[in-house]
Every structure is written in structure tokens, then in C-alpha cells.
Design a protein around this ligand. Structure first.
Ligand SMILES: [Zn+2]
Length: 321
């Protein structure tokens, strides 16, 4: 059976040249090689990667932030902080990552696909509305969620299992009730946010769900927190679209994360996400790559995720391309 899952990838994502940095272009090459080795690239709908327009980006980020990125890139690049580098091509690459996610949302809403994995870089979840930081320039998942809301989707969940708290995504939706942000992350750890009492503000109160976990948490602790707290919160919210900020830096072999999650644990997380999307969101599930810095592990985890997405039930309720 032909898959209803799109894989969005592009050689453009190699152009953000970070040099000797954990978040580097070879992450994309490792994933591509594994997808090819497992013959996962054929027999599926194609969705193009195109750059997000300023109009769409400015729904999430300030004009000052975008102007700063443009000026640093135009000046030949520079470091925004000790972790975050901009090269002349970097803003165009980040625009392409966001645009890919936006195109995937459009294809879902149009009924051409049910699920998509955007295999893009740089990652996005640390970028706030006003500040790029933590390897992240534009917040891809937040831009996708905001676009989905603008297209008439009433409730979106962003589920984030990167080992770092997605302070940027939290910040962008902290006062809103139409986008729930739910994060499992190591704490204390970079960037220092994500305590369980950070639950949202004003009408957004109750729509941010943080599950901080101690260093060394493995599959059992991660999956317990996910099943006991994240799933009930998401089910009560009833999302019409599920977006996963999928980082793989909580893997036991990751050089940065300091956690003990295995590939089997990540497979269970993805299977649970597919199940949530099937029950609440007509199967609509957008997966956006965040961190993951042991390239061999990252490649296997992404390929595993795509195999799980491909096995998900086919949703025939919408028009077929
Ligand atoms: Zn991370």
C-alpha cells in the first residue's frame, strides 16, 4: 500500500555550514543514508521544500529579530551567542525548514497526506518570538502550528521530546489556549526553563504542560511521564493536529543529552504519538526534527520513526492526490 506519509528533505539543509559544531550538516547525510539503506524513500507522496514567506514568519517572530538575522547573514555571518552561529546562507536555510513544515501542513489540510516528517535543520524549538538561540534561528514547529491555526485548525498540540526544554515554543504560545505545548525534558539543564509550575498565563493557563525529568532518566521514566501525564492532558485538549518536536538527544549514546533513552523507547514514543493523532486528529501528524547529535543513532531513530508512520492506519476520509 502506498504510504500517506511524506518525507520532506532537501540538499538546501546542508548549506547552513556550522563547521565543527554538534549541529552540523552531516546529520542530514547520515539520515539520508539510513533511509536509502532501508529503502524508505520511494512510494510515498512528495511535498516540496520551499522557503517560508516573511508574512508567515512574522506571525511568530518579531520584525526586529528577522531584520537582525538578515543583517548578520548579509554581513557574512557571526555568532548570536556562544552556541548559535549564522553563516551567509543560514537564514535562507532556516526559511526553507519553516517553509517545508508549512507546506506539509497545507498538504495535510488539502488531504494529500496524513503524516509528514520534516528532516530539516537548523532546529527550532529554542527560538523565541524575539530571539534566536541554542542552535535555533526560526521556530519551525511554532511557525507550522501558527500556520495551521491561520488555516482554520482550532486546536494544535506541539509535543516536544527533545532532551532540552523548548523554551522558545513555550514562550510563543504561553498566553494562548489554541496551541498546547507539552514537553518532556531533562532538568536542571539548558536552557533552564520548563519547571512543572510553568503552565501558561492568562487564557493560556493550563495549556503548557512541562514534564521535567532528572539526568539519567531512561525508557521507563520517560514513558511513565508520557503515559501518566502527557497523554491524558493531550486527550483532554483534543487536538485537530499533532506536531512533534522530535529530538533524539535523550538517547543513551548522545554526546550532549545525559539521558538513557534507547531506540526502543523512541519507537514507543512515536507509536504513542501516531495513536494520539489517529484518535483525535484524523491521523494528522507533523514530525519536525529538533536535536540529536550521535549521527548513527539519529539516523536509525528517524528511520524507525518513518517506518512507524508508514504502518499507521490509512485515513481515506479526505480527498486523495
Ligand atoms: Zn536538544
Amino acid at each position: 500500500m502506498r504510504s500517506r506519509t511524506a518525507i520532506l528533505r532537501s540538499t538546501a539543509f546542508l548549506q547552513h555550514d556550522t563547521g565543527d559544531h554538534p549541529e552540523r550538516a552531516s546529520r542530514m547525510i547520515a539520515i539520508d543514508c539510513e533511509l536509502e539503506r532501508r529503502q524508505l524513500l520511494g512510494s510515498r507522496p512528495t511535498v516540496a521544500c520551499t522557503p517560508a514567506t516573511n508574512d508567515i514568519i512574522l506571525q511568530v517572530h518579531s520584525s526586529g529579530m528577522l531584520a537582525r538575522l538578515e543583517s548578520v547573514a548579509a554581513a557574512g555571518g557571526g555568532w548570536l551567542d556562544s552556541d548559535t552561529v549564522v553563516r551567509p546562507e543560514s537564514l535562507d536555510v532556516a526559511r526553507m525548514a519553516s517553509g517545508a513544515a508549512v507546506n506539509a501542513i497545507d498538504a495535510m489540510i488539502g488531504g494529500q497526506i496524513d503524516r509528514a516528517f520534516v528532516i530539516a535543520r537548523p532546529p527550532g524549538h529554542h527560538a523565541t518570538g524575539a530571539t534566536s538561540m541554542g542552535f535555533c534561528l526560526l521556530n519551525t514547529a511554532a511557525i507550522a502550528a501558527t500556520h495551521a491555526i491561520a488555516c482554520g485548525t482550532e486546536r494544535v498540540v506541539i509535543l516536544d521530546w527533545d532532551v532540552h526544554h523548548g523554551n522558545g515554543t513555550q514562550d510563543i504560545f504561553y498566553g494562548r489556549r489554541d496551541v498546547m505545548y507539552c514537553s518532556l525534558h531533562r532538568s536542571p539543564f539548558y536552557p533552564g526553563t520548563g519547571a512543572s509550575n510553568e503552565i501558561g498565563l492568562g487564557e493560556g493557563a493550563g495549556f503548557t504542560v512541562n514534564l521535567p525529568l532528572p539526568a539519567g532518566t531512561g525508557d521507563v521514566g520517560f514513558l511513565d511521564a508520557f503515559r501518566s501525564t502527557a497523554i491524558p492532558a493531550i486527550e483532554q485538549f483534543g487536538p485537530q493536529l499533532l506536531i512533534v518536536s522530535a529530538g533524539y538527544d535523550a538517547h543513551v549514546d548522545d554526546p550532549i543529552g545525559g539521558m538513557d533513552v534507547t531506540e526502543g523507547g523512541f519507537r514507543e514514543l512515536m507509536a504513542a504519538a501516531v495513536n494520539l493523532a489517529d484518535r483525535h486528529s484524523q491521523g494528522r501528524l507533523l514530525v519536525v526534527l529538533e536535536g540529536g547529535y550521535r549521527e548513527s543513532v539519529l539516523a536509525r531513530c528517524v528511520a524507525d520513526a518513518i517506518e512507524i508512520l508508514d504502518r499507521a492506519a490509512t485515513n481515506d476520509s479526505g480527498p486523495v492526490s
